[in-house]
Design a protein around this ligand. Structure first.
Ligand code: GLU
Length: 451
């Protein structure tokens, strides 16, 4: 590998803006983004929006927003709907080279032909009947009002490449139908614009799901027909639910928006999305850069990866438990929490979601309705509370003194103090909370006052 700037990789994520991103289709975004980070490359967001009936600007916006939530900020954004002239030029070149040919079959005719082939035990491959049409026959179709769709003439050869994930790979194009590149109404299917854009924008690495392996063989022939070099390809495994079904059935639930609303940490989503199925998937990371260093495309499993929501929740909590103050600070400020690093370090280990930090801030700030069952015990404890300033050792020396004076030990010692100081019977270490609560509020709460 060289490190010269001219060979810096350019990757792309190319969603169709026809819906919200879910964890499955966020994976190619992440694999590409992390690859770009690791190799000091650039990341292009390309909206594959040539299907004007299904593409919507609001989905495009939502995709950018959801990527931003994950921490992905594209270096450049392109929209295929604005580049049609470039595809027209490429289609014209393919026509001139005899690689793109007009077909007049209706969907019904194609279907009947497929059924006949299957009945005779033949593979349902397009028979290229349209190649044999005479100019007169074509003119007759046109006179009937039929418009052609256009197929790419595949060469019957094997396409081989060294896949970043799957290693040496090959597909025999002799067993494939010539793909339709242009619809009757002149609009483009995904196949050609994708290749043209990959060439025009200088994409060096195409990292996408393994549902595109056959496309890669077809597209490799289009690259060659357009006289362009082939980028490097990598096809990652696909995600299924824990029970092995495809994810699409549960889109709403596992959409990035849905996950965001449920309070899951974006870094945990990112980490699990790319490390699922590996031993690294269980440990939290502190940043996308750290994650970038952990992802080895060659080590991504070839079997489908099973996504388990409980695993995500657990990883999300662990991500918070290890989150450095520097990472949390901005979000704490946004939530109106002014406790600084001491507060964060005191409570992070108790959080299942970031939003819960607010509950603990309320406990620190008050007012808290204390639970004082034994006022005599609480009064003795209050009398022994050391003077400020409090530090990390104040709790220990105080409770030792209370134990000596009252004879209370273990739970009988700690639980009434916790209930008085926080109003709750569980929570972060009191050694860390006490200095944050402070002497004055502690005394009032021990006296049963709301403070
Ligand atoms: N729009 C295509 C998809 O979402 C892009 C595939 C590709 O990366 O080439 O499947």
């Amino acid at each position: 590998m060289t490190s010269s700037a001219s060979t810096a990789p350019l990757v792309r994520f190319a969603p169709s803006p026809t819906g919200y991103l879910h964890i499955g289709n966020a994976r190619p975004a992440l694999f590409n983004w992390l690859f770009a980070r690791r190799h000091r490359g650039r990341f292009l967001l390309r909206y594959d929006d040539t299907d004007t009936a299904r593409s919507k600007p609001e989905y495009a916006e939502a995709i950018a927003e959801d990527l931003g939530w994950l921490g992905i900020v594209p270096d450049e954004v392109v929209r295929q709907s604005q580049r049609l002239a470039i595809y027209d030029a490429a289609a014209a070149r393919l026509r001139a080279a005899g690689r793109l040919y007009a077909c007049y079959e209706t969907p019904g005719e194609l279907d009947r032909r497929r059924k006949r082939q299957l009945a005779r035990g033949l593979p349902p491959i397009y028979d290229r009947a349209a190649l044999k049409l005479t100019p007169e026959q074509k003119a007759a179709f046109e006179a009937e009002g039929r418009k052609p769709h256009w197929r790419f003439l595949l060469e019957a050869r094997e396409i081989a490449w060294d896949d970043l994930v799957r290693g040496p790979s090959h597909v025999d194009c002799a067993s494939l139908s010539d793909p339709v590149l242009v619809r009757e109404d002149g609009s483009y299917l995904y196949t050609l614009p994708s290749v043209v854009d990959d060439i025009e924008t200088g994409v060096t690495h195409v990292i996408r799901g393994e549902d595109h392996v056959t496309n890669t063989a077809v597209q490799a022939q289009i690259f060659a027909a357009l006289g362009a070099a082939l980028p490097v390809f990598g096809h990652h495994n696909l995600l299924t639910t824990a029970s092995g079904e495809g994810l699409s059935k549960r889109l709403g639930h596992l959409s990035l928006r849905g996950l965001r609303e449920s309070g899951v940490e974006p870094l945990a989503v990112a980490a699990l999305a790319v490390l699922v199925g590996t031993s690294d998937a269980v440990r939290p990371v502190e940043s996308l850069d750290e994650l970038a260093g952990l992802v080895e495309l060659a080590h991504v499993s070839r079997a489908p990866a099973k996504f388990d929501e409980h695993e995500l929740e657990a990883l999300s909590a662990r991500t918070l438990h290890h989150m450095p103050y520097a990472v949390a600070a901005g979000r704490l400020a946004e939530a109106g929490i002014a406790g600084g690093e001491a507060f964060w370090l005191a409570v992070r280990g108790n959080l299942a979601t970031f939003a819960e930090a607010k509950l603990w801030w309320q406990v620190v700030q008050g007012p808290v309705a204390p639970a004082v069952a034994d006022a005599g015990f609480a009064a003795k404890a209050a009398a022994l509370l050391p003077q400020e300033p409090f530090d990390a050792t104040s709790w220990k020396s105080w409770t030792q003194a209370v134990a000596a004076a009252t004879g209370a030990r273990g739970k009988a010692l700690f639980m009434p103090l916790r209930q008085a100081l926080t109003g709750l019977d569980h929570g972060p270490e009191l050694a860390a909370l006490l200095p944050l609560i402070g002497r004055e509020k502690a005394l009032r709460r021990l006296a049963g006052e709301s403070a």
